[in-house]
Design a binder for this molecule. Structure first.
Ligand SMILES: Cc1cc2nc3c(=O)[nH]c(=O)nc-3n(C[C@H](O)[C@H](O)[C@H](O)COP(=O)(O)OP(=O)(O)OC[C@H]3O[C@@H](n4cnc5c(N)ncnc54)[C@H](O)[C@@H]3O)c2cc1C
Length: 576
């Protein structure tokens, strides 16, 4: 079946709209996606693909219907903090709307999104799921609900970091609790790092950790941004050593509840009033001698926490990709059904071009997401080159996809016209949520600088170059008339990267981050294009090459003709 036909007969249960204002509620977000099924086939072994396909279909249906409705309700009914019980005793309690709890149950219990990397038995599979399945399903889930995906990712990342650096007793005690599938048994995860004076600059951390006579630790200080503040366990950075800067900081696991069932010694002071992720609580916490457990080595807290941060950054990139896909699916649906000037919007060349531009950007993020996920699986299996690849791909996707999501969701909002700006529709929420991606877990500047560090300190450029070459060699060959251009641009990208790394040109960090991201995305799309159903991804790769890796003349009439070359017609199902 051609991709155009898939777009039209998309398996949607949404009514066929004669309606003047088209409404996609009820659409299956998996079936409506022209690429997801074939991408899964390309990236997963056949038996696993066959096993998980029904779950993708099922989640796609609920993400377009009841989960989407719940997300909208949860967004309008943010969590509420109460600090005393009715007898006047101090008691922190966060009340979450039932719609949010319904979303939690779906994410943690039904689909096991936080647990599937850490245990067998999730979705009936007899081993932990590889990252490509986790990110694929989460990509679908986030199209309905973004806010909750932060706690889900922190729970998953906390488990990963604990397994890597925790001592055996701590792992045995805590891992089953944070990877439980029974929602009522589950203890969720969080990460309390940021302080008023220590955001990007973690070396300014002031929270202290004091060892007690019995070897236990007590934490004291203020944490300024704490998402999921009532989580069962949080990873916390605190100053335990007299050494200045990062060398004095260690990593601790903070339980919410003490062994005797009492609440640990900390208070949630208030919740933030946020632009987006309104369904999920983010608070401020005062640690008042809270009991905590050391994780890993004293004085290496930031290095250990970097593992959790990187896992969360990759998850952030995945979420940005999902937000863009949702915006694009909505925009495409709307353009296919909305009429103006006697035509469907999709028939108008300017609309086709806009949708195609959005498609290129959204699909780049998805390709880099799958590339990073599969590299992570190899890295976790001991492949050193893959570990270096993950090291650099993670900040690349976090930096660029999160920035792109702001634009693509904004463009999707505009496609719906006036209704896009109205909070009854999903687009305004997508835009509000999208802006967070490039702030938390490191702002764009900080993450772009991390790309430079990955080249300088971790020697990641050569493995990245080798991987790009491999993808191009294995992929669908580049159009002959573009081959010379492609090789020339590759040379220029590598030269720029070497210059930035060698001369420590931090002022060029964002430029080189964008160039490397676009290069990887182009190569990945060429590799994907050799699989059935994914042929058009080589044309998307051509557009990345011509418009994102090559300078073009904004005053020349022919500068953008490639966007009108017929790919839009193929992708959006336009006849004639
Ligand atoms: C909704 C929300 C939830 C959050 N949840 C959590 C959480 O659960 N846990 C947690 O620990 N934190 C959380 N954060 C905090 C978030 O990670 C920080 O806000 C972020 O890391 C930036 O720190 P900052 O706000 O102190 O900004 P600053 O560090 O003060 O940065 C301000 C600006 O300076 C720029 N800048 C800083 N250093 C450099 C440099 N070297 N070169 C160029 N530019 C630079 C930054 O890019 C930024 O634009 C959350 C934030 C938000 C908004």
């Amino acid at each position: 079946m051609s991709q155009a036909l898939q777009y039209q007969s998309n398996g949607s249960t949404a009514p066929d709209h004669g309606a003047v204002i088209p409404d996609s509620r009820g659409i299956n977000l998996f079936s409506a996606d022209p690429y997801m099924g074939d991408l899964l086939k390309a990236y997963l072994p056949p038996s696993l693909y066959a096993h998980v396909l029904p779950y993708f279909r099922e989640l796609g249906a609920s993400a377009g219907a009841e989960l989407d409705e719940a997300a909208m309700v949860a967004d309008k009914n943010p969590p509420v903090l109460s600090t005393r019980n009715r007898a006047g005793e101090d008691e922190n309690r966060i009340s979450k709307h039932p719609a949010y709890v319904e979303l939690e149950r779906a994410a943690y219990e039904k689909y096991g999104l936080a647990a599937m990397s850490h245990r067998a038995g999730v979705l009936g599979w007899d081993a932990p799921m590889p990252p490509a399945v986790k990110y694929g399903l989460s990509y679908l889930f986030v199209q309905a609900e973004f806010g909750l995906c932060c706690p889900v990712s922190m729970t998953d990342s906390l488990a990963r970091t604990l397994r890597k650096y925790g001592d055996e007793k701590l792992i045995n005690d805590v891992l089953p609790q944070v990877s439980a599938l029974d929602f009522d048994e589950l203890k969720q995860g969080a990460m309390f790092m940021t302080e008023q004076g220590a955001g990007s600059d973690v070396s300014a951390t002031e929270t202290t950790a004091e060892m007690q006579d019995d070897g236990s630790w007590r934490l004291t200080g203020d944490k300024w941004f704490c998402s999921n503040p009532d989580a069962g366990f949080a990873m916390v950075l605190a100053r335990s050593e007299s050494a200045p800067g990062l060398r004095g900081v260690s990593l601790f696991l903070l339980p919410r509840d003490l062994a005797d069932g009492q609440h640990n010694h900390y208070q949630i002071l208030r919740l933030k009033d946020k632009l987006g992720t309104r369904s999920m609580a983010s608070g401020e916490i005062r640690l008042e001698g809270a009991v905590a457990f050391l994780v890993g080595e004293r004085g290496r807290g930031f290095q250990h926490m970097a593992d959790m941060i990187n896992n969360s950054r990759l998850s952030n990139g995945m979420r940005a990709a999902g937000l863009m896909r949702r915006g694009l699916t909505e925009a495409t649906f709307f353009a296919q059904h909305r009429r103006a000037f006697g035509k469907r919007l999709i028939e108008m060349p300017l609309m086709q071009k806009q949708l195609l531009k959005m498609t290129v950007t959204a699909e780049q993020a998805r390709s880099v997401m799958f590339q990073t996920a599969t590299a992570l699986e190899r890295a976790d299996g001991g492949d050193q080159a893959a570990a270096k690849l993950v090291r650099i791909l993670t900040p690349l996707i976090k930096f660029k996809a999160c920035r792109d999501a702001r634009k693509v969701t904004g463009d999707a909002l505009e496609v719906r016209g006036g209704c896009g700006y109205i909070e009854e529709w999903v687009e305004s929420r997508l835009v509000r949520d999208a802006h967070l991606g490039s702030i938390w877990e490191g702002t764009s500047n900080i993450v772009a600088l991390d790309v430079v560090r990955a080249m300088q300190r971790n020697d990641c450029l050569e493995p990245l170059k080798a991987h790009v070459r491999h993808l191009l060699d294995m992929g669908k060959p580049c159009r002959p008339d573009l081959l010379e251009l492609q090789e020339a641009r590759l040379q220029d990208v590598w030269s720029l990267a070497e210059l930035v790394a060698t001369d420590n040109r931090s002022d060029l960090a964002r430029q080189v981050g964008s160039a490397l991201y676009n290069t990887v995305a182009m190569a990945a799309m060429r590799w994907e294009a050799r699989f059935d159903g994914l042929e058009t991804r080589s044309e998307l790769a051509d557009l990345v090459l011509q418009h994102k890796l090559t300078p073009w003349d904004p005053c020349h009439a022919d500068s953008e003709t490639q966007f009108s070359d017929g790919l839009g017609q193929k992708l959006f199902g336009i006849n004639g």
